[in-house]
Design a binder for this molecule. Structure first.
Ligand SMILES: C[S@@+](CC[C@H](N)C(=O)[O-])C[C@H]1O[C@@H](n2cnc3c(N)ncnc32)[C@H](O)[C@@H]1O
Length: 265
């Protein structure tokens, strides 16, 4: 293979839409669920893959991890669009925050954690598995990829935790004060699931069950949407859906399940 090809960023330039605090929900989840992994890492390197038109979400990720996980965390924002790499340069703050051109090959880095948000949404579903594999092959031992999608303001989102063996969990998350119905989460499923929300698929059954439980919990609405969500998730759990974590995370409007319970059939 020619040297030029070995270092060619893998992927394509897509729309650069981003927003301040758009990824706050997933960042908080990362702090809680991947914090120990980063604390134990010999090199606390994190890649924000595909940060978009401005580096704001990479800056925020570094701030959250440095404050709440470990001060010496190093976040590298990788973008496949060289114009966006140049635009991000003034926000760099080495060694804690840097920006570089790169794609799914991770520009030769071996991070413990990769956050790739709203990147695969514009790819074809058939490209997803290869993209995951390209990233996970390059992680540090024990490293993980968190790949997902959210709306422009980060009120609705869905993401997968993926390691060297493939996807492990799906998390759905909503800002409860603006949630009308959990069915809205269907629009923000990760790419691997968004086209599978059809009868006969497990993700469809999950969203139906969650929506039904939410409507059955309408009596909790006067106590606030958090109580209503907790009641809905408790019902879901009691009817056999293997909901992970527990009320301390559910109360944030989250729901996490093992991948195999919702994987495409
Ligand atoms: C919609 S923006 C997402 C920005 C930010 N992550 C967010 O969620 O707000 C998607 C960005 O991913 C970039 N991108 C797409 N494929 C990529 C790849 N394989 N490697 C690196 N960046 C990629 C695009 O150029 C675009 O800037």
């Amino acid at each position: 293979m020619a040297d030029r090809d070995r270092h060619r960023p893998l992927g394509v330039v897509t729309r650069g839409t981003t927003n301040p605090n758009r990824l706050r929900r997933v960042d908080n989840w990362l702090v809680e669920t991947c914090g120990d992994r980063l604390r134990a890492a010999a090199d606390p390197l994190v890649v924000d893959l595909g940060y978009g038109a401005t580096p704001v979400t990479a800056v925020e990720l570094r701030g959250r991890l440095a404050t709440r996980v470990r001060a010496d965390v190093r976040v590298v924002g990788l973008e496949i669009d060289p114009v966006r790499v140049a635009a991000a340069a003034p926000a760099a703050d080495p060694p804690g925050l840097a920006f570089a051109r790169g794609g799914f090959e991770l520009a030769g880095l071996r991070p413990t954690l990769v956050r790739a948000f709203n990147v695969l949404r514009q790819y074809d579903e058939s490209e997803v598995a290869d993209a995951w594999r390209t990233v996970t092959d390059r992680l540090a031992p024990g490293g993980v990829l968190v790949e997902g999608t959210c709306d422009e303001l980060g009120r609705l989102g869905g993401w997968l935790l993926i390691d060297a063996d493939g996807p492990r969990t799906l998390t759905l998350a909503a800002r409860l004060t603006t949630l009308e119905s959990p069915a809205q989460l269907a629009e923000r499923l990760p790419k691997a699931l968004i086209h599978r929300n059809v009868p006969g698929e497990r993700i469809h059954a999950l969203l139906r069950a969650l929506d039904d439980a939410w409507h059955s919990a309408a009596g909790y609405a006067p106590f606030g949407p958090r109580q209503r969500w907790l009641a809905a998730v408790t019902t879901l759990s009691s009817t056999g859906w293997p909901i992970l974590d527990g009320p301390p995370r559910w109360r944030h409007g989250e729901l996490t399940l093992p991948w195999q319970t919702i994987a495409p059939t």
